[in-house]
Design a protein around this ligand. Structure first.
Ligand code: NAP
Length: 279
């Protein structure tokens, strides 16, 4: 099959490696000529260009640009595509993308591979990135079944586990387990930095070990990602932050009241619930 990838970075480049190893003919388009050359040299794509017209002959196109560019790039791309081309994207937020693209393209299916790394760009692309990872698809009731099957078949061949849901359900779910943790973790670091006694602050910095490393990791990462989550998943993120604040208030109340029995029950119940999210 002839497959096009628009945006040759971590996700687009990694997709290219795996699709080529499945025997597909992979064409890539990216913003910079130097990225196109690297992608070909690394073997992620067979041919690459900064010109969208290269994708005109692709049967399926994966849009893998930064999230803010998915819709604008799609709008430019469709001038070159026959209506039979199946288009999908890999954006980490689904509702705003699906709402914008679906009315313009029948053969569109929103997607989100839940795999990644902290690094970005074509240099960070790697083989087998999606193996054993969830890959969410958000087809609509009117999405042609043939288009869904084509994308499913490709995703399955990457070794990913396919999940279907509504775009809004996806955005609410990722708000809980991906976007809220970034905000909570960032607030944790900010709260520690508010220590007014500089000696105590320095001691805290020296004493910080594995617990702080685990809980602060996602709050100390790429600020662009956090900003993207807040801008594109604003409603769901605000909702989960409000629930979090409510839970924090409950904890404060229990400690103020020295209600150790209820606090212990609470800690036991969260300990029991954690394995339902992560092994
Ligand atoms: P990335 O490594 O920064 O790659 C994005 C690539 O898009 C860049 O390398 C850039 O290539 C290219 N690009 C930028 N503007 C472009 C344009 N106007 N036209 C064509 N290409 C353009 O980012 P990523 O991590 O792969 O993320 C890409 C998408 O995957 C995002 O929508 C994100 O939400 C989603 N996603 C990311 C992860 C993750 O963990 N990183 C996980 C799942 C989904 P040049 O070098 O040519 O500028």
């Amino acid at each position: 099959m002839k497959i096009g990838i628009l945006g040759l970075g971590l996700i687009g480049g990694s997709l290219g490696f795996d699709l080529r190893s499945q025997g597909h003919n992979v064409l890539g388009v990216s913003r910079r000529e130097s990225t196109c050359q690297k992608a070909v040299a690394l073997g992620s794509v067979e041919q690459a260009s900064v010109d969208l017209s290269l994708l005109a002959s692709a049967e399926v196109v994966f849009i893998c640009t930064p999230i803010a560019l998915i819709v604008p790039q799609f709008e430019q791309l469709i001038a070159y595509l026959p209506s039979t081309t199946v288009v999908t994207d890999v954006g980490s937020v689904k509702a705003p993308i699906v709402e914008a693209i679906s009315p313009l393209w029948d053969n569109f299916i929103g997607g989100h591979p839940m795999a990644g790394r902290a690094d970005s760009g074509i240099e960070a692309a790697q083989r087998d990135l999606f193996v054993g990872k969830p890959y969410v698809l958000t087809p609509e009731t009117r999405t042609p079944t043939a288009a869904i099957s084509v994308v499913e078949e490709i995703v399955r061949s990457l070794g990913a586990n396919i999940y279907h849901c509504q775009p809004e359900q996806h955005d609410r779910a990722v708000a809980w387990i991906s976007h809220l943790p970034v905000m909570v973790s960032s607030s944790l670091i900010a709260a520690c930095m508010s220590e007014t006694d500089s000696e105590v602050l320095q001691l805290a910095q020296k004493f910080a070990s594995s617990g702080f490393r685990d809980t602060s990791r996602v709050g100390g990462g790429n600020p662009e990602l956090g900003l993207m989550m807040a801008r594109y998943n604003r409603q769901a993120l605000l909702r989960s932050l409000q629930h979090y604040r409510h839970n924090l208030d409950k904890l404060i109340h229990l400690i103020e009241q020295e209600d150790w029995t209820v606090l212990e029950e609470r800690l036991k119940s969260t300990g029991k619930a954690r394995p339902d999210f992560v092994e």
